[in-house]
Design a protein around this ligand. Structure first.
Ligand code: BG6
Length: 498
């Protein structure tokens, strides 16, 4: 298995399982085409799609063309014909072993007559239902597609609890070394998420303050306006805690809370993240709020309630807010408030780091503040989407002669990333991740110990809900979730940043 950079190969074959699925249409094909348009795919790279439905190569190319026209802006498509020429398609029912040999032949890795020549490097991407992971692994093994020149990317969900996640991890580990397993959390492919590392570790000014002595609390919000988007069967079986908190939100938390890694590489970064995930304190009763949306309006458009969208009654949470703690020296006593939900008023993902007040105010004293004089503690807002920006609120003197004392106001120091870096285009998170998979860089992929620490913490929350028979509270679509979520923060004198 590849252990160091010299051993890492660039794949010349990419095999996509789930090649006709929603993710392939909306993200994978557009990302690959955009990479190709920018000259980032090796000339020799061939992409083989596979899924259950019968299609010829030509039909799959037509299918891909439609997906690209729908989901990739025209100015990023480059020469679509060249990209489409890289594609071929092989139908396969992954639940049976039949067909894998033919697949191996199709991707040109079936070996010579003696069965020992395996061709170039192969990157496999599994974007199928997790129930297909194990049979797929078996089929790959049977057909010799699991040698040292193969690596595998796994799309979430990786199980629905710790036990099922371990089962999947064990099945994959029975044929692939951890260094060849690329677990995807697409939030790690987002530019501003990576920028969080640059902000923290490429600047001297934040790190000395990045601790319980100077930070009052942290907020992480991932708000969506969308509802089920036709994924009712999957979502209803998951809920917001499994769908968003277990992966994306905990990864964001880990990046905010981790110690500085020794270097920017997969081992160093993942070692630090997993320490945070393992230091998460078990959540207690009263520190979580769950909700489910009822009919309402988003951007003045009427939208149905969850049950209507699902066409059945359900107790699945579409919103969750919680208060977490990282039990270590750095974060002693600092709450991390997290909330996520569907059908909220706006699509926004942001991290708010709320600093503490200065220890003593020289400006007229805080006890009898004149209008505009009260000091506001500094706040750092890292906007991940839809806007990519970083905003630091600072106290500044208001212009004037101030005969009654200096007047102050909080003003934002604002960096809009697209303005700071004009001429670069915003990339789809999967562009970065697919390229890293093809080239073998694991830094932005989730290691087994991280996933399992995430599940362990989330399972304990679900167990708590079950023990207390927690049912989601209703919230109107287009609101910020149940009022209890506001109360969760307000009890501590904290307001959610909106
Ligand atoms: C996915 C979830 O992992 O992330 C979806 O399954 C969610 O339910 C999506 O909508 C959000 O991703 P993004 O990139 O749009 O914030």
């Amino acid at each position: 298995m590849p252990q160091n950079k010299a051993d890492i190969f660039t794949a010349d074959r990419l095999l996509l399982f789930g090649a006709t699925g929603d993710l392939a249409q909306r993200m994978l094909l557009p990302s690959l085409c955009a990479l190709d348009a920018d000259g980032l795919l090796h000339d020799d790279l061939r992409i083989v799609g596979t899924a259950r439905s019968k299609k010829s190569d030509a039909e799959y190319r037509d299918f891909a063309r439609e997906a690209l026209e729908q989901h990739l802006p025209a100015d990023r498509r480059g020469s679509m014909a060249d990209f489409l020429n890289r594609l071929s398609y092989q139908p396969l029912d992954a639940t049976t072993l039949e067909g894998f040999d033919e697949l191996a032949e199709r991707i040109g890795r079936s070996g010579d007559e003696d069965g020992n020549e395996r061709g170039g490097g192969l990157a496999i991407f599994l974007s199928t239902a997790p129930s297909l992971f194990e049979p797929t692994i078996k089929g790959l093994r049977q057909s010799g597609l699991t040698d040292d020149n193969v690596r595998i990317g796994l799309e979430k969900p990786l199980g629905r609890d710790l036990a099922s996640s371990k089962e999947i991890n064990d099945a994959v580990a029975s044929v692939f070394d951890e260094s060849a397993i690329f677990r995807i959390d697409h939030y790690l492919g987002k530019e501003t998420v990576q920028n969080l590392l640059a902000l923290r570790f490429a600047n001297i000014m934040f790190e000395p303050l990045w601790n319980a002595g100077h930070i009052d609390h942290v907020q992480i919000t991932v708000a969506e306006t969308v509802g089920l988007e036709g994924r009712g069967a999957f979502y209803d079986n998951a809920g917001a805690l499994r769908d968003m908190v277990q992966n994306h939100m905990l990864q964001l938390l880990a990046l905010v809370a981790m110690e500085p890694p020794g270097k920017f590489d997969a081992t160093a970064i993942r070692d630090e993240k997993v320490k945070v995930l393992r230091a998460l304190r078990q959540v207690e009763a009263g520190q979580t709020v769950t909700g489910q949306y009822t009919a309402g309006a988003i951007e003045r458009q009427a939208v149905p309630g969850y049950d209507d969208e699902l066409e059945s009654e359900s107790d699945t949470e579409t919103f969750v807010a919680l208060k977490a703690h990282v039990d270590n020296w750095r974060w002693k006593g600092v709450p991390f408030y997290m909330r996520t939900g569907k059908r909220l008023p706006e699509r926004v993902t942001e991290i708010v780091v709320q600093f503490r007040c200065v220890p003593h105010s020289i400006f007229n004293g805080d006890s009898s503040p004149k209008a505009g004089t009260r000091l506001q503690p500094n706040r750092l807002v890292i906007g991940i989407q839809p806007e990519e920006n970083i905003q630091l609120s600072l106290m500044a003197k208001m212009p004037g002669l101030d005969r009654e004392g200096i007047r102050l106001r909080s003003v934002p120091l604002d960096i809009a990333m697209p303005d700071a870096f004009t001429g670069t285009h915003r990339r789809i998170a999967y562009e970065r991740l697919l390229l890293d998979l093809i080239e073998g860089d694991q830094t932005l992929f989730v290691r087994r110990d991280e996933v399992e620490a995430q599940w362990e913490w989330v399972d304990a929350i679900r167990a708590l809900w079950e023990a207390e028979s927690v049912r989601p509270k209703n919230y109107t679509a287009g609101s910020w979730g149940p009022s209890a979520a506001i109360a969760l923060a307000e009890r501590d004198g904290v307001s959610w940043h909106e």
